[in-house]
Design a protein around this ligand. Structure first.
Ligand code: AR6
Length: 180
């Protein structure tokens, strides 16, 4: 586990399963329909129970880069923030969309007074975003946000050892200044 102080907040990197986190909210790497699907979304829906999908159906989907809130149902987390990352295309817009996914998730948390949030590595599974590039965008965006705004703890929960070490090395390069 890695823990860094940024402004008045903490940024953590852990290797593990996001469905088991005790932060007030966990973030789901969703699709535009907010349907269960596979990967981290499938795991979150399985752990939360079928009532999460019932709640999601009423939200009218979620556009790429945006974020929507539901309750956590059977999860330890009180809330789930659903955000849709970009399907990797190699175009400039990918990085903007990925940045917006993190930023809009954090904005929603701040608006709802949510003090701790766990993120998965958005877009780097089924959506095909190269993990080293996605890690840089994810960490830069979160560090920049934490310097100004009030979420007390942001935890990245990396599923695999390899992803954890990419995030760890990227954070070392970024430092707490927020840019490589
Ligand atoms: N905890 C933490 N990370 C996980 C977990 C878990 N339980 N399970 C997988 N990961 P993905 P995307 C990691 O594909 O690329 C879904 O079908 C995984 O190893 O879940 O944004 C949705 O419905 C990878 O590093 O999300 C969408 O259609 C990361 O989470 C689509 O996939 C993201 O992989 C979204 O694709």
């Amino acid at each position: 586990m890695i823990r860094k102080k940024i402004g008045k907040s903490y940024l953590e990197l852990v290797q593990g399963n996001i469905t088991e986190q005790d932060t007030e909210a966990i973030v789901n790497a969703a699709n535009e329909r907010l349907a269960p699907g596979g990967g981290v979304a499938g795991a979150i829906h399985r752990a939360a129970g079928p009532s999460l999908w019932e709640e999601c159906k009423k939200l009218g989907g979620c556009k790429t880069g945006e974020a929507k809130l539901t309750s956590g149902h059977n999860l330890r987390a009180t809330y789930v923030i659903h955000t849709v990352g970009p399907v990797y295309s190699g175009r400039d817009k990918d990085s903007e969309d990925l940045k917006n996914s993190y930023k809009n998730s954090l904005k929603l948390a701040t608006e709802k007074n949510i003090r701790s949030v766990s993120f998965p590595s958005i877009s780097t599974g089924a959506f095909g975003y190269p993990v080293d590039e996605a890690a840089r965008i994810a960490l830069e965006t979160v560090v920049e946000y934490l310097k100004k705004d009030g979420v007390e703890l942001v935890r990245f929960v990396l599923f695999g050892k390899k992803d954890f070490s990419v995030y760890q090395q990227t954070l070392q390069k970024i430092g707490t200044e927020g840019r490589i």
